[in-house]
Design a binder for this molecule. Sequence first.
Ligand code: UD2
Length: 284
Amino acid sequence: MTYSQPSIVNGRTDVVSVTPWLAPVVWEGTFSATLLDGIYQRQNISVAATVFAVGKYIMFLKDFLETAEQHFFVGFRVHIYVFTDRPNEVPEVKMGAGREVTVQSVPSSNRWQEISARRMELIQKLIEERLINKVNYIFCLDVDSKFHGRWGAESLGGLVSVIHPGYYKDDRSKFPYERRPTSRAFVAPADGDFYYCGGAFGGLVQEVHLLAKTCRKNFEDDAKDGIEAAWQEESHLNRYMWINKPSKVLSPEYLWQDFKPKEPEIKIIRFSGVIKNYAAIRPN
Ligand code: UD2
């Protein structure tokens, strides 16, 4: 395996690549893809991914799957689980060797908030029923997105979160955390590290299981009290990550938004949310 000599005095100087709790923040230019692929290929790891395509969001699935084939853990064993209420509309996408897609039917819903929030429950069950002790890592991703560049072994870690592209230069008091103390997703204005995306998170299957189980329970207990957090499961995820610090943080390269102009520190966009007309695609 040949790769450039590591240095501790030369490298990215325009961004911070470690958190105050010493988790790496992954940016282009901070890792060797060759080295990481070599390390993890030797371990013969497997990676699961979940994606939800309920109602009209099925229209995003083809691009998601096709671009995942080009960029997401290429050369590794990958199993994508598609949750949809329209199994007959799942597009045929040719998968490479060691890569497969499984379709799971889920009920339709009249509220987009519920679709988004129910993901935690379904992720929890998927892990319990099919993945635990069988698969090493899992990533949970939004379907209205496409891959544009490598997303690979550099993203692996125990608990992995992605910094939201919309708020990474803001003061924490401005983050759209849930601010009502009565919610189990509450984060006080002086608290919080980063604002993380609900649209991409992952890690070791056991770690993501605990995250999904906790967020689901907190979401449901809030619902019993008549509270829905500001950004549904994203708010609960942010609360969880505040208490349980992620062991690896992915920069906004790992979830950009197509409507946002590229910033100078973003050397590559690996995955991004497409522009969508909410009124036309959400059930309400
Ligand atoms: C943000 C988050 C999203 C979620 C949401 C709050 C990012 C980039 N996106 O996105 O993850 O936290 O806020 O609830 O971090 N879905 C369907 N059918 C529907 C509606 C939603 O399948 O009718 C699924 C689909 O996989 C979609 C995901 O739920 O990607 C999130 O919904 P969204 O993309 O409408 O949420 P958005 O863009 O507000």
